[in-house]
Design a protein around this ligand. Structure first.
Ligand code: SF4
Length: 155
């Protein structure tokens, strides 16, 4: 079996760009339903999706982790899993080792490689498009995530 190195990991909350994988569909309540097959986002798909708004509001995309080229990267890690885990109430977090979401990228997911099942617990309730989680510095902001709006209304 091929070993996946740290430079081969993919972001599970990437912008909608040609060549990215479509790994989930955003449900009406803002949570993500995962697609188990590897489904590449073509330009035609993205153009059609963009006709009714930002594709990230309706789909979850995955693409190669940009590491230091991403504003969420700090000290050799993606900071999003840890920061989002602190924002999402524990009762909203999903999954455990026995019931992880059935996504298509676990073997090479950056968040899973860093945080294991804890990352999968927050992943379904994170939205890519909005940027309520501030980046740690002025670095380019390519990837972002936040809990869906219904969680932000909580005290
Ligand atoms: S965090 Fe977990 S559920 Fe989300 S894409 Fe990565 S492996 Fe899949």
């Amino acid at each position: 079996m091929t070993r996946v190195g740290p430079d081969d990991l993919w972001c599970p909350s990437a912008p909608a760009e040609a060549g990215a994988l479509v790994i989930g569909v955003v449900n009406a309540d803002g949570t993500v339903g995962y697609i188990r097959d590897r489904l590449e986002a073509s330009s035609a798909f993205l153009e059609a999706a963009a006709e009714v708004g930002p594709p990230e509001l309706r789909y979850r995309f995955s693409a190669p982790c940009q590491q230091s080229a991403c504003g969420q990267w700090h000290d050799g890690c993606c900071t999003l899993p840890g920061r989002l885990a602190a924002l999402v109430p524990s009762e909203e977090q999903r999954g455990d080792d026995d019931r992880l979401p059935r996504c298509a990228i676990r073997a090479r997911c950056r968040w899973f490689a860093q945080s294991g099942a804890d990352a999968c617990g927050i992943c379904p309730v994170v939205g890519t498009r909005d940027q309520a989680v501030p980046v740690p510095d002025d670095a380019p902001r390519r990837h972002a995530g936040r809990p869906p709006a219904h969680l932000e209304e909580r005290p």
